[in-house]
Design a protein around this ligand. Structure first.
Ligand code: UD1
Length: 312
């Protein structure tokens, strides 16, 4: 019998790519999203598949989720639904608590009740905070600097507690800076590559905060979707927290040099003061995930950027 998987946050940037990846492997998927920040257009391809069931609902709404678990006997759940904006988590801490912690806890308990063996949880490199020295390994003490990061870390702790107590397979994936098609450039706090690509395409100058020498571990959403699929389906996965990153640092100035090749007519970048609280260097160590899932990020940065520019 074909296995069925639950994906929450299915209409989001990472969710929609993950759904397509699972469907592409011949698996059945039930996708849940409340469309708070997700977009139904992202699921156009998925919704054309007979193996996909679309449910518009809040992943924390037990009245909807319980019957879904009852009906489908999920082989695994990928929990991506979240309040995704760090600044919003400062403004709305109660909402952040509900969407980023309480919902993960409720889903984990449904997994236990209905024998859904594995829960893959979207955590974030934000849990490391500003103080750790890169490259970040999973063993360092996290120091969340925002309600968002605190809730992500607390959810990891809850899920790993259930893993130890009841044998749930809890895989907490700490995503670094994910980029690619369908990332929304609308907010000033959107991922820098989605903002830059959108502005270059429209012939507008981009703003670089600081000297541009800050570095990030940018990972393509295609790689992230593949990591999610592996974490969800691979046998013998050990509960724990895992970086999802490339292990390679790219500076904004290097990013700009690549953009100059893609958009030779673009106006020069403008500079502004560094953002308050900005981290200078963020880099992950991919070794643990490599050992557990044999996962290696494959999309070279320059190629991923070209794909993003073409999509826009
Ligand atoms: C990420 C989160 C952010 C969180 C932080 C802490 C995303 C999209 N953002 O930020 O919410 O607070 O981790 O872990 O995942 N930049 C520019 N010009 C722009 C936009 C950004 O120069 O128009 C710079 C930023 O100042 C930063 C770098 O680009 O130095 C990357 O910014 P961003 O994509 O927002 O990611 P993080 O700073 O890593």
């Amino acid at each position: 019998m074909t296995q069925t998987f639950l994906v929450t946050g299915a209409a989001g940037f990472i969710g929609s790519h993950s759904v397509e990846g699972l469907l592409g492997r011949g698996l059945r998927v039930v996708g849940v999203d409340n469309l708070r920040t997700g977009h139904l257009e992202n699921l156009a391809a998925a919704r054309a598949s007979p193996d996909f069931e679309w449910v518009q609902a809040d992943a924390g709404d037990e009245a909807v989720m319980r019957p879904l678990f009852q009906r489908h006997q999920f082989a695994g759940a990928l929990h991506l639904a979240a309040l995704v904006s760090v600044p919003e988590s400062f403004r709305e801490p109660a909402l952040n608590y509900r969407l980023n912690l309480a919902t993960a806890d409720a889903l984990a308990r449904l997994c236990l009740e209905f024998d859904c063996k594995r829960l893959v949880f979207a955590s974030s490199a934000a849990v490391y905070g500003a103080t750790a020295t890169p490259p970040n390994r999973e063993s360092v003490m996290p120091q969340p600097q925002s309600p968002y990061a605190a809730a992500k870390l607390a959810a990891e702790v809850m899920l790993l507690g259930y893993a130890a107590s009841y044998g749930l397979e809890a895989v907490c994936l700490r995503y670094f800076n994910v980029y690619g098609p369908r990332q929304d450039p609308a907010s000033p706090y959107s991922g820098v590559l989605s903002i830059f690509t959108d502005r270059f395409r429209r012939g507008l100058p981009v703003t670089v905060y600081g000297d541009g020498e800050q570095t990030r571990d940018f990972i393509s959403v295609r790689d992230v979707a593949r990591a999610n699929g592996e974490a969800l389906t691979r046998p013998g996965v050990v509960s724990g927290r895992y970086n999802v990153c490339t292990g390679r640092a790219v500076s904004l100035n290097q990013v700009l040099a690549l953009y100059r090749e893609l958009f030779p007519q673009a106006p020069p970048a403008e500079h502004a003061a560094a953002r308050i609280g900005d981290i200078q260097h963020s880099l992950g160590d991919p070794d643990l995930l490599r050992r557990m899932l044999a996962f290696e990020a494959e999309v070279p940065f320059a190629q991923g950027l070209r794909e993003l520019a073409r999509w826009v």
